[in-house]
Design a protein around this ligand. Structure first.
Ligand code: MG
Length: 273
């Protein structure tokens, strides 16, 4: 290894000194360990084999299916952990606003998630009162506690841009508006990195999220400054693996529907179903 040392005098390089005392050693090392293709090949651990879904959006073989069109056996009411009271009909889950938010029985750390949602055709209302729901990527508490990826009719509906569809609510504006019109199914694909907390409750590493809306990148590894809040600035509270939650928003517009919801845990933190 050699060192190139320059010094400046009166604004110009006046001397250049090359120290070559280690050059002989470096040359000898290269001779002793010639680079080979195999030097940089890694053979273990072998990635687990996963059978992908037949069509885009279908659950892969290792997915935890949270809603497959038949029942709400994977979900409970957020407010009292009783049976989830939303409506299942014709393979579709529809929000029942009077029943409040619902959340998964199972808790999760980091994961990949797929979810499809639809604002009903003929939706009424304006702004945040038009087809509002939400995916709380982790729910460490009651009500709207947690980290909300907004669901809203944003096809032709003005609102604050950090509250439109595909925003991380009041934290991150989506990169683009990839909304389909009411009456058409839309998809979210989410890569969620759960926050990690120290024993004293301080943040060891923040939450992060990447989101595709209808296959279009809208959140690119956004690092969250805390839980999403309707009023005030985001803050963290320490929590472990948490349910995934869907929002029953209180506005009077017609309720949204969901289908084909599945998740792939990415760490060992997720609980058994
Ligand atoms: Mg919402």
């Amino acid at each position: 290894m050699g060192y190139l040392i320059t010094s400046r005098s009166q604004g110009s390089i006046s001397a250049t000194v090359l120290i070559a005392t280690t050059l002989t050693f470096a040359a000898a090392s290269v001779t002793a360990q010639p680079a080979r293709p195999a030097d940089t090949e890694v053979h273990t651990p072998v990635p687990a084999r996963v059978t992908p879904g037949v069509r885009g959006g279908d659950p892969p073989s290792d997915a935890v299916v949270l809603f497959n069109g038949h029942d709400l056996s994977q979900w409970v009411a957020t407010r009292d952990k009783s049976a989830a009271g939303w409506t299942v009909a014709d393979g579709v889950l529809t929000v029942k606003k009077s029943a409040g938010n619902i959340e998964t029985k199972q808790t999760f750390g980091s994961y990949q998630l797929h979810l499809e949602w639809k604002v009903p055709a003929g939706i009424s209302g304006t702004g945040q009162g038009r087809g509002n729901s939400g995916l709380f990527m982790a729910s460490p508490g009651a009500g709207d506690a947690g980290y909300e990826l907004q669901i809203l009719d944003s096809f032709e509906n003005q609102t604050y841009v950090n509250g439109q569809a595909a925003s991380i609510y009041k934290q991150s504006i989506p990169l683009v508006n990839a909304s389909r019109k009411p009456g058409e199914w839309q998809s979210y694909d989410v890569i969620w990195t759960a926050p990690v907390f120290n024993a004293d409750g301080s943040v060891r590493s923040s939450a992060g999220v990447t989101v595709l809306h209808n296959g279009v990148l809208v959140q690119n590894n956004f690092v969250l400054p805390g839980e999403t809040r309707y009023i005030g600035k985001p803050t963290y509270r320490a929590h472990g693996p948490s349910p995934i939650k869907l929002q029953a928003h209180g506005d009077p517009s017609a309720p949204l529907s969901f289908r084909n919801i599945w998740v792939r845990p990415l760490d060992a933190a997720s609980s058994a179903p």
